[in-house]
Design a protein around this ligand. Structure first.
Ligand SMILES: Cc1cc2nc3c(=O)[nH]c(=O)nc-3n(C[C@H](O)[C@H](O)[C@H](O)COP(=O)(O)OP(=O)(O)OC[C@H]3O[C@@H](n4cnc5c(N)ncnc54)[C@H](O)[C@@H]3O)c2cc1C
Length: 381
């Protein structure tokens, strides 16, 4: 009889987990609280490690076709002074970094998994673990399987039921995100830019099909406080170099997203019995290394590989968690450090940051990027 798996959440982690488990022989059902997988979110950058995972999942071609190769990276000061110029082709990373609209990524993963395996409008309320996993949904229905993966994001209901570490911690930062169409001076094709100010950071990149994704991050202990209009964003970035104010100005107000940013301290006990966590449910991190989604994709490969031929399901799940805990904890901590150094408000620290960045040889930064890819990802077989 086929082994069965329940995955809670059809974000990129849950869909990738569903694909990986299907690939190693599980009958998978993914349950998502939203009623449709609609055009949500803005852009996302997928670094070489995520690309490696997408290849193993068999979703790379679809993602590469929908997104944009992030070949050139530019770091600038708020005044528009160039600090770093990178070219990924110099280290042989051709199409190994892809910026894409989240809905395109979600669609590519959902198609790879198969729509019939995704059950929409099914918010999980609770689960039981009696050797088998039973998921109880808000409409009173339930489902039982050999295992359950909580891939239900930052406010995971699965996690809350057995990990007692309270609410996620607010990072004293918030961000706006938008997507625009058109051509903008200062942002040639296949280019991504990162601009640093005092307690402010702005990023923009092509995400394929003529669209550009931008984000503006703000260090503010009080959070966004309802600052959800593009005029709020313009008030902080209007004097920055082109194309920053132009990108904000061209954004459709209804499509502008505002997020307070959170993470959690790493924990080393993700699962119990036939239950485990994956992606942001397990290890949410602030987005200053662009690794939250990439790590969720890596998780999915480790999960599938660990469950391919386990002596029993629970030991396969513990093997998966052991493969992932140290690496993801490192990214949670490094992302916090990266936020602290890049979002500083102190003028002297800002000047030092810009000076140091301008002196780091591009080859060193490119080598760091390349080493992301050297993670020894297991095989799905
Ligand atoms: C501003 C910003 C920029 C970022 N940029 C990057 C980047 O460039 N690169 C990168 O790799 N990462 C980035 N990230 C991080 C990335 O977005 C997350 O790490 C990633 O989306 C996590 O995926 P996930 O599937 O674990 O969770 P989610 O994407 O949150 O998906 C969880 C899913 O579970 C569903 N769900 C929730 N509760 C329930 C329930 N009770 N029952 C059923 N379903 C439920 C939700 O509706 C959702 O579909 C960024 C994050 C932010 C905030």
């Amino acid at each position: 009889m086929a082994r069965t798996a329940i995955v809670i959440g059809a974000g990129l982690g849950g869909l990738a987990a569903g694909i990986a488990l299907s690939r190693v022989g599980y009958e998978v059902s993914v349950y998502e609280k939203a009623h449709e997988l609609k055009e949500v979110g803005a852009g996302i950058m997928l670094y070489p490690n995520a690309i490696g995972a997408l290849r193993k999942l068999g979703a790379y071609e679809a993602v590469a076709a929908a997104g944009s190769f992030g070949r050139y990276g530019r770091y600038l000061s708020a005044e528009g002074k160039s600090l770093v110029e990178l070219d990924l082709l110099e280290v042989g990373l051709e199409k190994e970094a892809i910026a894409i609209h989240r809905s395109d990524l979600q669609r590519a993963l959902a198609e790879t998994l198969g729509a019939e395996k995704i059950h929409l409008g099914m918010p999980l309320k609770s689960f039981d673990d009696n050797g088998k996993a039973t998921a109880h949904f808000a409409d009173g229905s339930f489902a039982t399987a050999d295992l359950l993966v909580g891939a239900d994001g930052l406010h995971s209901v699965v996690r809350k039921q057995y990990v007692k570490d309270g609410e996620p911690r607010f990072a004293n930062c918030f961000a706006w995100r938008g997507v625009v169409e058109g051509e903008f001076v200062g942002l040639p094709p296949e280019t991504g830019m990162l601009i640093f100010g005092a307690g402010l950071q702005f990023g923009a990149m092509h995400i394929g099909q003529g669209r550009i994704y931008w984000f503006g991050a703000v260090a503010d202990k009080k959070g966004s406080q309802g600052r959800t209009s593009k005029n709020d964003a313009l008030a902080l970035f209007e004097n920055w170099a082109a194309p920053i104010p132009q990108l904000i100005g061209a954004t459709d107000q209804d499509a502008l997203l505002t997020h307070d940013l959170y993470d959690r301290k790493p924990i080393f006990d993700w699962g119990k019995g036939v239950i485990t966590l994956l992606g942001d449910a397990a290890h949410p991190m602030v987005p200053f290394m662009g690794q939250g989604g990439c790590q969720a994709l890596e998780d999915s490969i480790a999960l599938g590989a660990s469950l391919r031929e386990p002596p029993n399901i629970a030991s396969g799940l513990r093997k998966y968690e052991n493969l992932r805990k140290a690496r993801t904890a490192n990214f949670v901590n490094q992302s916090r450090k990266s936020m602290a150094s890049s979002m500083t408000k102190l003028p002297i620290a800002c000047a030092l940051r810009d000076f140091v960045l301008s002196k780091i040889p591009p080859k060193v930064l490119l080598k760091n990027l390349h080493t992301l890819n050297n993670y020894d990802m297991p095989d799905l077989g």
